[in-house]
Ligand binder design. Sequence first.
Ligand code: ZN
Length: 315
Amino acid sequence: MQPIFLEPVFQSKIWGGERLHSVFGFDLPSNQIGEDWAISAHPHGVSVVQNGEFKGKKLNELWEQHQELFNHSKVAKFPLLIKILDAEADLSVQVHPDDAYALEHENERGKTECWYIIDAEPGAEIIYGHTAKTREELKDMIAAKEWDKLFRRVPVKKGDFYFVPSGTIHAIGKGILILETQQSSDTTYRLYDYDRRDNEGNLRELHLKQSIDVTTVPAIDPKNNFEVEKFGSSTVTKLVSSAFFSVYKWEVMTDLTIGLTADYTLATVVEGSGKLTVGDHTYPLAAGSSFILPYGIKTVEITGNLTLITSNSEE
Ligand code: ZN
């Protein structure tokens, strides 16, 4: 078994910029790229395999035709989606439904997500939660456009981590570069978009009714509970464990040899560079590299000075 490296899929956004080029060296198709769908089998942007016997295959095809790579998952579709986001401008304030609401209204999964802040400009902020005590109060504040009163703003810095369960009102603010691990879903209910217009002069659609339906009221405020494990000078930190995924930070200082216990592991290098050794094969790793370690790989060795965000499906 060999690691499966994936080609980036770029998504143009009105709030996007060029940092996916300046930070990761990607050749971008425009200067307004908001997202790299780094590991995706979602039909709105599917990853293609870069190397090995499956080179050129799409990730959804691998999931459908080569379940041995994933230890014969019970889930019908590849469950996770990994993105890198460059917020040159503020993202819209939004909320995602849970599975029950999304399957009923959108015919796809809901979305619980989480964010690792790769980099943030001084003063950068996210919107994370809200102040309404009841759904009635939420409705009233939205109707009165009391956005400053409603939204809870939180300053962020490099290395911070936020768990964003479905039902959480949230927005990534300008100047933030983020690695997002999420359920594979593209359903977003937009609550507020700063009255911005796109290149054609149009406002983007809002989804106020759905937003009011799915927002958790009162807001919950998830607390991080990191578990840190030392491997010599390298560190593995469990950032979150949820019903959908567990997410880890692997900080490699010179060398990390790690045993894998999950069925398969997703990984993205967010900083630094080095090498990945699996059996007697060695692969270069650069910031922005994304790969899957399929079932059957029991141990990997990573050398260099680099940070990876890795995840396992919990379904
Ligand atoms: Zn979101």
